[in-house]
Design a binder for this molecule. Sequence first.
Ligand code: SF4
Length: 263
Amino acid sequence: MVVRLVECKSAISRSRLPGLDWAINPYRGCAHACRYCYAQDVTRFEMDKEWGSVVEAKINIVSRLKKELDKGAKGVYGIGTVTDPYQPIERKYELTRGCLVLLKRSKARVSILTKSDLVLRDSDILTDWHGSEVGISIGCANDKVASVLEPGACPPSRRFAALARLSEAGIANYLMAAPILFGVCDSEEALEDMVLRASEAGVSRIIWDVFNPKPLATPRLKRALSSEGLTSLSPSGRSREDAVHAILAHQCSVHLIELSDAF
Ligand code: SF4
């Protein structure tokens, strides 16, 4: 993987995502290399390269953020709205951690979304920060299948364990059950298992979403599934979405978990 160190002009951008006012993305590109990821389609980042093979680290983001926060820190900051803020190079550069230190000091509110248990490294910052929450995404709870779908991310079993650790530490968290891939991980059994394991991890809120087909992401995903001999994607549609929602809603009601749509 190629890592490039770049300077950003600003640390914060406006967010149009529900519940967020601002977005902070310390990295462009993502080493988790999820086959279904549509960040490359949306950002047009390194279009001629394999997704996950190039990552840019915004090496000055912490100093930029400090200047920008000096003007005020109102609203909710989404950390990792485009690409994962806890991908492996965060262990070395600590850009996400540096941003969190400043945001906590500014008494800002933050919402982090990741697929990595590296977020636990920052438990010391997140504990007792009432304006913070951590979402961990798991669209397919099966470790073997996930290793094909998300070759650079830690297995879902470690992500469930991370949710449990967050819950035990009293850090607000939720499961982002996304993307649910029709034909791959949308069986009743798979969805029941997902909600049960979330419940066992002390999760009280699940947000869910389906795969968002895009020109780069869809063929990439199909290639990965077929090269590993996994079941192929089934067509999406209102009726399948409704069926998945009904299963999740029933399981969440059994386990007293709040369920909501991502968008
Ligand atoms: S973790 Fe998120 S940003 Fe990174 S490749 Fe996977 S879906 Fe894309």
